[in-house]
Structures are given as C-alpha cells and as structure tokens.
Design a protein around this ligand. Structure first.
Ligand SMILES: Cc1ncc(COP(=O)(O)O)c(C=O)c1O
Length: 369
C-alpha cells in the first residue's frame, strides 16, 4: 500500500479509539462519500452504483445471489474463470439445478467470443460471468467484446475484475457489464479485507437484490415486508470496517493520480520483460497465452517445485507466488502442468528488480543441478 493509504487507515482507527466507532463514522461522513465517488470515478460510474464489500469473492457471490435462477437456466462462463467462482457455480448447480456451460478457448488462448455468442443463441442463458484477468496466467479476456454480445442478447453480465482493477483502465459503460466485482488488495494497492461491487442501473431498476439482504440494504417496513434501498447499497452489509473503505477511496485516487493508462503500459511492459527473460532459461516454460497479455506472468520450471522456489526467492527479498492445480484446474490441465510460479510486477518495480528476480531464479536452478 502507498503511504497515504496506510495513513488513512491509521487515522481512522485512531479516531475510532478516541471518540468511538459510530461517532467516528459520523464525523467522517464526507470522506466516506468521497470514497464512493473516487471508486466510481475509477471505473466510470456514479457513487449510487458502488457497493463496498469485504472482498472480490463476497462481491461475486452477492451478485450471483441476486439473480432468480430457475432450474435449467444456463450460466455461461469460461475455462479461465476464478476457482472460487467455479466452485460457487457448482454449488448453485447442486442447489438449484442450473446448468453451467464453459465456452471454449481459441487456439491462441482466451475465450472464443464468437462461440459465446452462438451459445447464447442456442441456450437459455441467464448469466454470463467472465474473469477479465485470471489468477493463474497473464491472459486478458476480451471483456468488452463479450459485453457487446451480452448487451445485444440482453443477458446479465458479471465481470470479475479482481486482478484488473488498478492494473488496466476500466470503464463499466464501455464493458457493458451489469456487475463488476473487485478487491482493493491487489493491483489497486488498497488494504486487505475490503472490495467493491459495481451494480448497473439496469440491475437496480429490475429490483434485483442479494438473497440475504440486510438492514443496510433494506428497510423493514411492515411485519411481513421490507423495501430494498434504491441504490447499490442494497448489496452492502450494515457493519463496515470504515477505515478500509476510506483507504480504498484513497487507493483509487492514488491510482488515478499516477494515471491508469501509464500504470497499464508500465505493468504490461514489465510483465513482457519478465516473460522474455524467463523464456531464455532452458528449464522454463512460460505459460501465458492470449492475444492480450498483462503484468501477471506464469511459468513452469522443469524439475522445480513452485512452492520451494517461492520460499527461496522470498529469502532473497523477492515476492512471487506458487499456484497449484486446484487454482486453475482446466487451464493447467490443458497446459499439462500441475502448478506454476507466478510473478506479478507492479508499476513501482524497476527494470533492475525484474532482472535481479530472473537472475535469482537462474542461480537457484543452477544450484539445484
Ligand atoms: C481473478 C480473481 N478473482 C477473484 C479473486 C478473489 O479475491 P479475494 O480473495 O480478494 O476475494 C482473486 C484472488 O486471487 C482472483 O485472482
């Protein structure tokens, strides 16, 4: 997290400890409104379309729970959607009898948008959900083209932007999505424990609301009646870690001040530098495929366990992560790997740091021989 984001959290926690939690929330009401505004600005919408949540997973399941699925309804997704989303869809299938169809990938990588359009024509698709950047590779799905298909067919469209928020410029109107789920803690450089959900006017106007709506999302207006609030706060919980909400607003402002175009260019270039250098090591196979790639780099290294490599790199002050088959069952099976090392440079990384990281991998592999 950048210093102003950390400072925002500390200031609010201190205020709570000095005057009390409810009192601090009241005192910082304008700052809270500014947090909604900043997150809205980041994705090209209005504060009324933003709900703060605990994380991207919570955002995704809140959105999912708002749709009145009937037995046999189809949820169309991809082979690269996030593991937790796949599990939630399977759970929904077991509970409600929905059908899950995963659109095929193109041979170059990335979902085949034309095939998605045809599937929408042939089936009773109630929801399309797509992870824009999967956790397991550098692929960027063409979420805008998919959005255009969904708009033509008037199908509800949910984009998981957990890895793309703060990494790529995003505009929900251009994406044509109904929901967009995100966490603060990743490329956006916000804190853990907070995320948000964009909810379109289309969804709000249809009266959709999460299954387990609470007293923030709705008013209890009669013994047997409640009324959902008009805006996306319908998707929020009554209780909030307000320090984290304020910090997410600060992280959004910070990202916009750096400039989303500049961030995206830099992150993509650094990712490409990692890929090119890794590819020059004999034992390494870079796994990223697709016509557009981002800052996430995934690679398999012959004879080397990703988990052990992560630990060895960490002891040299280099942070990477290890992915196992369960993180990306379909993608990793397609690629015939059981896991991968993931390297995700941020815009603040220098070229020298990238070179050092790859040299460290090279050295560790030599030591293993
Ligand atoms: C693509 C994608 N979606 C969703 C999530 C879930 O984010 P969170 O753990 O913050 O809920 C992740 C986390 O890694 C992710 O990579």
């Amino acid at each position: 997290m950048p210093a102003p984001v950390v400072q925002t959290i500390q200031d609010h926690i201190l205020l709570e400890s000095r005057i009390g939690g409810y009192e601090a929330a009241d005192a910082r009401r304008d700052a809270m409104a500014a947090a909604y505004q900043s997150v809205a600005d980041l994705i090209g919408t209005r504060p009324r379309n933003i709900a703060f949540t605990e994380n991207a997973t919570a955002s995704f399941s809140l959105a999912l729970s708002s749709l009145p699925f009937a037995r046999g309804d189809v949820i169309l997704t991809t082979r690269n959607d996030y593991a937790s989303s796949q599990i939630q869809l399977l759970s929904l299938r077991a509970r409600l009898g929905v059908r899950i169809i995963r659109a095929p990938d193109r041979s170059a990588g990335g979902v085949d948008v034309q095939a998605m359009a045809e599937l929408i024509q042939r089936h009773r698709v109630r929801l399309v959900c797509v992870t824009q950047i999967p956790t397991n590779s550098g692929l960027v799905q063409d979420v805008q083209a998919i959005g255009s298909v969904c708009r033509d067919a008037e199908v509800t469209y949910l984009v998981d932007a957990c890895q793309s928020i703060g990494q790529l410029p995003l505009n929900v109107a251009e994406l044509g999505c109904d929901f967009l789920s995100a966490s603060a803690r990743k490329y956006l450089r916000g804190p853990r424990g907070v995320g948000f959900l964009y909810v379109s006017d289309r969804v709000l106007d249809q009266g959709l609301a999460p299954l387990f709506i609470d007293m923030r999302g709705a008013d209890w207006i009669g013994e047997d009646r409640y009324r959902a609030v008009a805006d996306a706060r319908r998707f929020e919980n009554w209780e909030f870690a307000w320090a984290l909400v304020l910090a997410t607003g600060e992280a959004a402002r910070y990202a916009m001040a750096v400039g989303m175009e500049a961030i995206s260019q830099r992150v993509t270039n650094l990712g490409q530098r990692v890929r090119e250098q890794l590819a020059s090591i004999d034992q390494v196979r870079v796994l990223d495929r697709g016509s557009q790639l981002c800052g996430i780099v995934s690679a398999t290294i012959e004879g080397s366990d990703p988990g052990e490599l992560v630990t060895a790199l960490r002891s040299r002050g280099i942070n990477t992560s290890a992915q196992t088959r369960e993180y990306a069952l379909l993608d990793y099976d397609d690629k015939r790997v059981t896991g991968a090392l993931r390297i995700s440079p941020h815009y603040y990384n220098t070229e020298e740091e990238i070179d050092q990281a790859v040299s460290a991998i090279r050295e560790l592999l030599q030591q293993q021989r």
